[in-house]
Ligand binder design. Structure first.
Ligand SMILES: NC(=O)c1ccc[n+]([C@@H]2O[C@H](COP(=O)([O-])OP(=O)(O)OC[C@H]3O[C@@H](n4cnc5c(N)ncnc54)[C@H](O)[C@@H]3O)[C@@H](O)[C@H]2O)c1
Length: 367
């Protein structure tokens, strides 16, 4: 078993990574001192594939289980659905010591985590992430949230899980497009923190889409990097912002293309390629952009922006991030494995975005 520790004082916890770990969820929760009734929050897709395995394991370890099903989709990461989960917990008389288990991707993890943070002012929370994105990113670090009609993740809390159980075997049933989307965040960790990890991804690109040893190693390393960053800055008061590399451009692309056109990871992939280009223009690394773009292409991921006008792009970025006197903050690369934060003024961004379409030769960003 591979274990990554998230060091947060009395809220520290282990991320355990092993093939077949779903079958061990019950004994592992018992070993943490948990007992009694457990609520498994999941969706119909994941419940059909893995619900029984987790229920059996928990029941064999002495837990009384209830499975709470939330419909599949980002649109159900809402206060309304959270309300229905609260109803089930209250009807089932779940107590302050009763654990909530999130079994699913980032949508389920974020929603179940928000419920765990707030039900009876907080109950034990276990993350069992089943998408690559949730295994390397959303299940680690304690950000929980639901969406508001006016924006994503506007209602939430920092609430750390008691443990994260990652079973790489569940990736076998995940659509390849979802695996690719998760890989964008994996690549991000190499760029922001560890050039040798980026080189490992370059060397093993051909095997990262298979559920073999290379992807397990990549999951472990990604979790270790996120754990280190979160351990230093849990509430994003400084360092944690570097995890947003590629996300300022990415979020704008997601919003302007209509949510659902690009997977989050695909938009982040394009955003990382753009952030690396911007880095080269503003005194940062010139080496990162070609390497990131080449790796994204080898993995079958997009790296060029869709046709969006410069004005709309700027407006969307201003909405997404805190802007002070017309300057938007970016995470830029100084070299592979090292980034810095920089506020960039609107004129510079306008010029950069106007050049994007011409540079790539694609329809790109339109002036
Ligand atoms: N909390 C954080 O720090 C954080 C970080 C990044 C993203 N997020 C959030 O994560 C969410 C996106 O998560 P996601 O990309 O995992 O999407 P998702 O949860 O919607 O899962 C994608 C699809 O895969 C299906 N699925 C899940 N596991 C499967 C499996 N093993 N086999 C087959 N199908 C499976 C799901 O049912 C769903 O249809 C967004 O809401 C985003 O805001 C949170």
């Amino acid at each position: 078993m591979r274990t990554v520790r998230v060091e947060l004082g009395e809220r520290s916890y282990d991320i355990s990574i092993e093939r077949g770990i779903l079958k061990e969820a019950g004994p592992m929760m018992k070993a943490l001192g948990l007992k009694g009734s457990a609520a498994i929050v999941t969706n119909p897709t994941v419940a059909a594939l893995y619900g029984n395995t987790v229920v059996k394991s928990l029941e064999a370890a002495g837990f009384k289980t209830s499975v709470i099903i939330v419909p599949d989709g980002e649109e159900y990461k809402s206060l309304e659905e959270a309300g229905k989960v609260f109803d089930s917990l209250i009807e089932g008389r779940f107590e302050r010591t009763s654990p909530i288990v999130a079994l699913g991707g980032g949508v389920i993890g974020d929603l179940a985590g928000f419920v765990a943070a707030t039900y009876l002012r907080g109950v034990p929370f276990i993350q069992v992430p089943t998408t690559l994105l949730s295994q390397v990113d959303s299940s680690v670090g304690g950000k929980t949230a639901v969406n508001h009609p006016r924006g994503k993740n506007l209602i939430g809390a920092f609430y750390q899980p008691r443990a994260v159980f990652i079973d790489p075997d569940v990736l076998k049933t995940l659509e390849e497009r979802e695996v690719r989307a998760g890989l964008a965040e994996v690549i991000k960790y190499g760029v922001i923190w560890d050039s040798s990890f980026f080189a490992f991804l370059e060397e093993n690109a051909a095997r990262l889409l298979e559920p073999g040893e290379e992807i397990i190693k990549a999951i472990e390393k990604s979790c270790a990097i996120k754990a280190e960053v979160v351990g230093k800055d849990e509430r994003e008061e400084g360092l944690r912002a570097i995890l947003n590399f590629g996300h300022t451009f990415g979020h704008a692309i997601e919003a302007l293309s209509g949510y659902g056109t690009f997977r989050h990871g695909e938009a982040v992939a394009i955003g990382m390629a753009m952030a690396a280009e911007l880095s080269a223009k503003l005194g940062g690394s010139k080496e990162c952009a070609p390497r990131i773009t080449a790796l994204l292409k080898r993995l079958g991921m997009p790296s060029e922006p869709p046709s969006i006008s410069v004005g709309s792009f700027l407006d969307a970025m201003k909405l997404d991030k805190k802007v002070s006197s017309g300057r938007i903050r970016f995470v830029l690369a100084s070299k592979m494995g090292e980034v810095f934060l920089k506020e960039v003024c609107e004129d510079v961004l306008k010029e950069f975005l106007s050049g994007q379409g011409r540079q790539t030769g694609s329809s790109g960003v339109l002036p």
